[in-house]
Design a binder for this molecule. Structure first.
Ligand SMILES: O=C(O)c1ccccc1N[C@@H]1O[C@H](COP(=O)(O)O)[C@@H](O)[C@H]1O
Length: 222
């Protein structure tokens, strides 16, 4: 059985980041959206982010200017760009052309009240150059609300590439993973593992890690 990966998002503190690296967390997420309470550049500069020794650093952007994404990705030494807004197919294709080819793209599909047909169309319209999809709950804030969507809708669609599951993922709802037929490649945790925005509750993250990385628990979930 392939092991579920973990992305911890909304990081702002170097000591916590180092601890997550020691815990072998698979993806580290940094929010480059000024309106977010987890806006990383209020806490760390691009050089500090670039020096973080991890090979799966994800920058989260919301309807950001293409040239800014490229500049930040280079200066912060990012490995993935997570597009969390309403970025079009053309925008993503142009970004892919201009971006360092080593940098992958994660496209977020925010799930609100779409039908499964509408959702399928949105998935099918994504450019083939994206590396992962990420499903999150739709909201005016774009993300980071701690709210879940109805995961059952994932059983009504075809997901052609690996995906991250996000939106209010917590210690309390991993049980519901067993109802999803096509399992996510990674779980993305954020606001449910915080003392306050951007300040992670590492004890909770450790509990979660042992839950999802433990073979016995995983087999209970699938
Ligand atoms: O966390 C934020 O503040 C944020 C703001 C704007 C876009 C995305 C944001 N975070 C992403 O939201 C999801 C879900 O987070 P949560 O579990 O619901 O708190 C996660 O992918 C973050 O990358």
């Amino acid at each position: 059985m392939t092991q579920l990966k973990l992305k911890v998002c909304g990081l702002t503190k170097l000591d916590q980041i180092q601890e997550l690296i020691n815990l072998d967390v698979d993806f580290l997420g940094f929010i480059f959206y000024e309106k977010s309470p987890r806006y990383v550049l209020n806490h760390l500069n691009l050089k500090q982010i670039s020096e973080i020794p991890h090979l799966q650093k994800v920058g989260v952007f919301v309807n950001e200017d293409l040239e800014n994404i490229i500049e930040i990705s280079e200066q912060a030494n990012l490995n993935f760009i997570q597009l969390h807004g309403d970025e079009t197919e053309d925008f993503i294709s142009e970004l892919k052309q201009k971006l360092n080819p080593k940098i992958g793209i994660i496209k977020v599909i925010r799930i609100g009240n779409q039908t499964s047909d509408e959702l399928q169309k949105a998935i099918n319209h994504q450019p083939s150059t994206i590396d992962y999809l990420l499903f999150d709950t739709d909201s005016k804030a774009f993300g980071g609300t701690g709210k879940t969507f109805d995961w059952n809708i994932l059983n009504d669609i075809e997901i052609p590439i690996p995906y991250f599951l996000s939106g209010g993922v917590s210690l309390e709802n991993t049980e519901d993973l067993k109802n999803i037929n096509q399992k996510p490649t990674a779980l993305d945790i954020n606001s449910k593992f915080e003392i306050e925005a951007g300040n992670k509750d590492l004890q909770k993250v450790k509990e979660f890690l042992s839950l999802i990385k433990n073979e016995t628990s995983i087999s209970k979930l699938s």
